[in-house]
Design a protein around this ligand. Structure first.
Ligand SMILES: [Zn+2]
Length: 449
């Protein structure tokens, strides 16, 4: 059993159903005023003590210093939630997850019924939300059904951007065919193999038709795949460029590259990707290229730094993992200190789901300040996903995606890593987690008054 953290459902809600619209108890109003907390707004400036955030119809209408009583927007009076002694941050964004994957061995995955995989995807999405992640980018293995079920509030989860199927050439990182021709993966809805220009165009058009928000290519091999290595070149630079051209004709879907070895990383950047995923072996030339092109790095440290128990994984995997963890630890730190734009992502599915804010701790371990790590997991990630107009910072006009804790994450970022320490989560103005009862206590008290 994967070490999943199952959080108790809120009163009146089943583990998977979203019934917890704000407030959860006794009113149909969603007009609230959060008073007294220290505000870390995601922009990277000094925290604001004794703040006030006003939320109406799911959006922030005011965020800043406390105003005098009655200064809240005209109309019906908002419900006041006293959050003195707490810290409010933007809902976090995990730029790299796989809700459809689990860290168990491949045979256990293969033996699952399709229905069970979907249910597990829903549980993974819910646990991710409960960890404080209100938006996520799924870079492979999840289709629109899961995304749309969350959007329609059928299940709880982060709002999702989808890559659907990651792409590589024959024999590359997403080709799960064994030497004898048998596949080791459940069938994918879209063929992930692109070898020719025509394959590229047809596949990109199919992905766009299927609702892809982002295109994921593998410009190198990987650590977990048996028949290639991070130094192998996958999708070549000219095909990355062709994909960028193709998506530019549509919504301009950004291209994310799985890229671990130095040469494949540079091919991806030169081809025009918006983000390098992993980037473990980036060299100095690659760092300069990223700075020049404004490319984001999503270092997936939760996976990179996690060396599995050698008893549980094949020998090749353990050896590759030890080697590439050490490389990542060194080179990602160099890239960070050079000022490359970092957006946090975990690769959950390759590491456990629902422990996403461990990534904050790892980013600090490799040299970011706690504030830089928070910005990387909020504002920067929103920019990477092209969602800055709605999420990533706590400012007037943005969606009310909030995480509330009762400690100072700037003093000790490691506390964020434990999902039980994330006591309250609000997503688009809906209270989706209130494990300490901070919101519900205030709602009950104001009902009595
Ligand atoms: Zn991944």
């Amino acid at each position: 059993m994967a070490p999943e953290t199952l959080v108790l459902p809120m009163k009146g809600s089943s583990p998977l159903m979203s019934t917890a619209y704000l407030p959860t108890t006794n009113s149909d109003s969603e007009h609230i005023l959060l008073r007294g907390a220290t505000l870390i707004d995601g922009n990277g400036g000094d925290p604001l003590t004794d703040s006030e955030i006003e939320v109406e119809d799911g959006r922030i209408v005011y965020a800043g210093a406390q105003r005098t009583q009655g200064a809240a927007s005209a109309g019906e009076r908002p419900r006041i939630i006293d959050l003195q002694g707490k810290t409010i941050m933007p809902g976090f964004i995990d730029s790299h997850v796989h809700f459809g994957l689990s860290i168990e061995n491949q045979m256990a995955n293969l033996a699952r019924f399709a229905s069970e995989r979907i249910v597990r995807s829903a549980v993974n999405a819910r646990n991710t939300l409960m960890a404080g992640v209100t938006t996520a980018r799924d870079l492979g293995g999840t289709d629109r059904g899961v995304r749309d079920s969350i959007t329609q509030s059928l299940i709880l989860g982060p709002r999702i951007h989808l890559a659907i199927t990651p792409l590589s050439p024959t024999g590359g990182h997403t080709d799960f065919t064994m030497p004898n021709g048998m596949s080791t993966m459940p069938e994918m809805p879209i063929n992930p193999i692109i070898d020719t220009d025509d394959d590229v165009r047809r596949t990109i058009r199919t992905l766009v038709r299927s609702g892809a928000d982002v295109i994921k290519v593998c410009t190198t091999g990987g650590v977990s795949s048996p028949s290639d290595t991070p130094d192998d070149i996958g999708v070549p630079e000219e095909h990355v460029r062709l994909i960028v051209e193709e998506t530019a004709k549509r919504a301009g879907q950004p291209v994310a590259a799985h890229a671990q070895g130095a040469e494949g990383i540079k091919a991806a950047i030169r081809g025009g990707v918006r983000s390098v995923e992993h980037g473990y072996g980036i060299d100095d030339e690659g760092i300069d290229l990223m700075l020049e092109h404004g490319t984001f790095l999503v270092p997936t440290l939760s996976s990179a730094l996690r060396v599995p128990d050698p008893k549980n994984v094949p020998g090749y995997l353990y050896e590759k993992k030890v080697k590439w963890s050490a490389i990542a630890r060194e080179r990602v730190a160099v890239a960070m200190s050079a000022g490359v734009k970092v957006a946090l992502g975990t690769d959950a599915g390759v590491c456990p789901h629902g422990l996403n804010l461990r990534e904050e701790m790892h980013a600090v371990e490799l040299g970011l300040t706690p504030m830089q790590a928070i910005v990387a997991g909020t504002k920067n990630a929103a920019e990477l996903l092209r969602l800055s107009a709605d999420v990533g910072t706590l400012e007037e006009g943005k969606l009310a995606d909030l995480v509330v804790v009762d400690f100072d994450p700037l003093a000790d970022i490691t506390q964020l890593a434990e999902p039980d320490n994330v006591k309250a989560v609000v997503q688009g103005g809906s209270l989706v987690k209130d494990s300490a009862g901070w919101f519900n206590a205030a709602i009950a008290a104001s009902a009595l008054g």
